[in-house]
Design a protein around this ligand. Structure first.
Ligand code: MRU
Length: 366
């Protein structure tokens, strides 16, 4: 997608051929700062501190992190160490484990002398694969928006989304936003309700930013407003991303997703989850088993923003001494999900639905 009018990706190989470029997402939307990751520790820190975030992007970053480790030491021990180290940075998104397992199994049979080059090649393949996967999610999800647009005789289709499952969360296109970008680019009028997504405000800081950059009409709303707009008939469709879908179709996503699904269910608003195959955890039976990341209470107690003098800072919003809890994700049971939008097509949010698109996983999900 475009950044300041220039087609961009969220992660790239720098001109030196080995360091890895990223956008520091903790500074958006007020500052656009690009960083170079030069060590496996840099990659781990970027994932942990959410300079990169979003399930697909942390997977690709981790793959490049292994490549950075291989530059220094290509031994079996170094491979095992870097995979374990990167994997422990964030627990909920399965894409992290998926990408690390992929790169580990690619490198392990190879002679140490060729591992560094092979790691860079595989990380680049994972990045390119993510772009194509997200593009196909968009093509498949576009059909839903087209149908609604026809029924509305061309009036804008109102899509509500939560958190940032946009191109900033992936390598390009995004998952939840890809059908929206495809619809917009095809000339279908769309308008996006962007949940601010407390506590880290990924909706306000990232989704609104990227929609603005691409020229897609949108309105930022307080997290608590979505249910109201569903009641007033101003939401035609909800599309969110996910960090992990279990074999039975339960969905882990940014905290607050479950409340939106409950409201959508009550108001019979279609609630879709967009995901790439790398987000399906075939080995985990149900959402109850998903580890939920708990982050610092500071994220709840403080908000980041731009001060009148232009400085970006954080301010305390509760009395000194107040304590907070900060679960970063919640689980939406499959019964509240209308369907999945994947690179292979649409399906029901159930084991049977998933297996209809991924029949080769029949034994994995048993
Ligand atoms: O904590 P974050 O910002 O990494 O959470 C991101 C989300 O919850 C996204 O919705 C999810 O990763 C899907 S990204 C395509």
């Amino acid at each position: 997608m475009k950044l300041d009018g220039v087609p961009s990706r969220t992660i790239w190989l720098e001109p030196d051929g080995w360091s890895v470029g990223i956008i520091d997402q903790t500074l958006l939307p007020h500052k656009l700062v690009r960083l170079s990751l030069k060590t496996v520790e840099d990659a781990a820190r970027a994932i942990k501190t959410m300079q990169v975030r979003g399930a697909p992007l942390i997977g690709v970053t981790a793959a490049y992190g292994v490549a950075l480790a291989m530059r220094v030491d290509t031994s079996d021990a170094s491979l095992a160490r870097s995979v374990a180290f990167l994997g422990e940075q964030r627990p909920t998104a399965i894409n992290l484990r998926w990408a690390l397992e992929d790169i580990r199994s690619t490198l392990l049979p190879l002679a140490p002398a060729v591992r560094a080059a092979a790691a860079y090649a595989r990380a680049a393949e994972l990045a390119n694969d993510d772009v194509e996967t997200c593009r196909r999610i968009g093509v498949n999800g576009l059909k839903l928006i087209e149908e609604i647009s026809k029924k509305k005789s061309g009036r804008p289709v109102n899509v509500l989304t939560h958190c940032n499952a946009g191109w900033l969360a992936c390598v390009d296109w995004g998952t939840a936003t890809s059908p929206i970008y495809h619809a917009h680019d095809a000339g279908i009028p769309v308008h996006v309700w962007v949940d601010e997504t407390r506590p880290r405000n990924q909706g306000a800081a990232l989704t609104a930013f990227e929609l603005l950059q691409h020229g897609v009409p949108h309105s930022l709303i307080a997290d608590n407003a979505g249910g109201h707009f569903m009641q007033t008939g101003e939401v035609d469709l909800v599309i969110v991303g996910t960090d992990r879908v279990t074999a039975n179709g339960d969905v882990a996503n940014k905290i607050g997703t479950y409340l939106k699904a409950l409201a959508a269910h009550d108001m019979q608003v279609p609630f879709y989850v967009a995901l790439p195959y790398s987000t399906i955890d075939w080995r985990t039976e149900s959402g109850r088993e998903i580890p939920i990341e708990e982050r610092s209470e500071d994220e709840v107690l403080r908000v980041h923003g731009k001060l009148p003098d232009g400085e970006v800072s954080s301010v305390l919003i509760a009395a000194e001494g107040t304590h907070a809890r900060n679960p970063a994700f919640d689980v939406t049971p499959s019964r509240l999900v209308t369907g999945f939008i994947t690179e292979r097509g649409l399906c029901a949010a159930s084991r049977e639905g998933l297996l209809s698109l991924y029949p080769e996983k029949t034994n994995a999900a048993a």
